[in-house]
Design a protein around this ligand. Sequence first.
Ligand SMILES: [Zn+2]
Length: 71
Amino acid sequence: MKQPTEAKISAVCPLCGATYHEPPALSRTDGESLICPDCGIRQALDSIGVKPDEQEKILNTIHDSIRQNKP
Ligand SMILES: [Zn+2]
């Protein structure tokens, strides 16, 4: 599948208020709001029954692995 050319993104997440630069996620709660990737992950984890404190642990793990992959 061909990916569209990614423009530089700078948007503010309506859920957590963070400015993000990654492609946004679609909110699962209303199906139309664009939210930051972190909140997208939170909602995905929430939908499978992961508790909020577990969600933050998983997000920290994801952030750590992203940092390690960057120069
Ligand atoms: Zn957010």
